[in-house]
Design a protein around this ligand. Structure first.
Ligand code: DIG
Ligand code: MN
Ligand code: MN
Length: 388
């Protein structure tokens, strides 16, 4: 049994809005009293988190006066100094205020689009002031219920114009800040633009400064779209665009549940942790999740501890998978290469193509081969069940 105590080097982070979630849902009133940002930092320090993230208005209420803002920020900075908790990521709330009911950067009203830019610049300033190096954009209202209201191509152009403007703002201010775009297919809008991580990866390549922009995939959001989250993260990672990640869990075909990490689909969580750890992901392990509405704040701490413990247990399982002689022997057999195809590998060459076109393959032999994936997956399941 290893030590599953979270440590700073694990880079476990939570948003103020996660452990600060007071349990309001579309069908019920809050079940927990709100805690202040300072109290939430103290709670995160108590459970062993490394960092805390926030939307601008999680920390500074939208109608706070400048003196009130300064006092809130000063108290927050003192709580960070007292606890050693850091702020790796910040983001903007462009979805709660009624102003954004038709979106922010994609809203049809140009005053709303301009206000969204102003609010985001101020929020970027706040994030930079508190030390954030990643800035997340989740376009929760950037969507529609009826496509009669907005040309989707116009929406894409408005999104691009806003991102280009804000990248230039960060460069102009000299902030050491990278952007991470977070996708979600729907909720709270009927449909949200740039609905999956894949859409975001394509969108990033159309920007003026694509090198400044990556993605922040969330388990729940890709699951809502019916996708394999591990494959989406692998694509982001392989293209050098995995700048941040929102860990939680989610049953397929449901509303955004934002459950504790590993709470629904342990196997998917295992392969995700294995992917991150095998490939040396050095970003934050951010839990964008919240406790069940049934819980009090002791339950919220159980939730936060559970997220981190499950990650560390699965990290150990991944190490055991990589060291398991039978599993590794099977993988070596499955991936065996007799070298007979060497001449056809790598970059194109006319003679290589000609030789390959002339080569005779025995489809019967190729098709008859048993791949032993049942055995391999059973060994994986038994490792996860703790009998290997
Ligand atoms: C929801 O999944 C979104 C918002 O909570 C926030 O903007 C972002 C940051 O992780 N995730
Ligand atoms: Mn979510
Ligand atoms: Mn998220």
């Amino acid at each position: 049994m290893s030590d599953y105590t979270p440590k700073p080097e694990h880079k476990f982070t939570f948003g103020l809005w996660t452990v600060g979630n007071i349990g309001r849902d579309p069908f019920g009133e809050p079940v927990r009293e709100p805690l202040s940002p300072v109290e939430l930092v103290q709670l995160l320090a108590e459970v062993g988190a490394y960092g805390v993230n926030f939307h601008d208005n999680d920390l500074v209420p939208i109608d706070a006066t400048p003196p009130e803002r300064d006092k809130i920020v000063a108290n927050f900075k003192k709580a960070l100094a007292d606890t050693g908790i850091v702020v790796p990521m910040a983001t903007t709330n462009l979805f709660s205020d009624p102003t954004f009911k038709d979106g922010a950067f994609t809203a049809n009203d140009p005053k709303v689009r301009a206000y969204a830019l102003q609010k985001t610049m101020n929020a970027i300033d706040l994030g930079a002031e508190l030390g954030a190096s990643i800035y997340v954009f989740w376009g929760g209202r950037e969507g529609t219920e009826t496509d009669a209201a907005k040309d989707p191509i116009t929406a894409i152009k408005r999104s691009r114009e806003a991102m280009n403007f804000l990248c230039e703002y960060v460069l102009d201010q000299g902030y050491d800040l990278k952007f991470a775009l977070e996708a979600k297919p729907n909720e709270p809008r009927g449909d949200i633009y740039n609905s999956t991580t894949g859409h975001m990866l394509a969108f990033i390549e159309t920007l003026d400064h694509p090198e400044m922009v990556g993605v922040n995939p969330e388990v729940a959001h890709e699951h809502m779209a019916g996708l394999n989250f591990v494959h989406g993260v692998a694509q982001a990672m392989e293209s050098g665009k995995l700048f941040h990640i929102d860990l939680n869990d989610q049953a397929f075909g449901r509303y955004d549940q934002d459950f504790r990490f590993g709470m629904v689909n342990l196997k998917s969580a295992f392969f995700l942790v294995k992917l991150l750890e095998d490939n040396g992901y050095d970003g934050d392990r951010h839990f964008d999740a919240h406790a069940y509405r049934t819980e009090d704040y002791e339950g919220v701490k159980d939730f936060a501890r559970g997220c981190m413990r499950t990650y560390l247990i699965l990290k150990e399982k991944a190490e055991r998978f990589n060291a398991d002689p039978e599993i590794q022997e099977l993988l070596a057999e499955i991936n065996a290469d007799d070298g007979s195809m060497e001449a056809f590998k790598g970059a194109y060459a006319a003679e290589k193509a000609a030789a390959l076109k002339a080569h005779t393959f025995n489809r019967a032999v190729l098709g008859a081969r048993g791949m032993k994936y049942e055995r391999l997956d059973q060994l994986t399941v038994e490792l996860l069940l703790g009998v290997r």
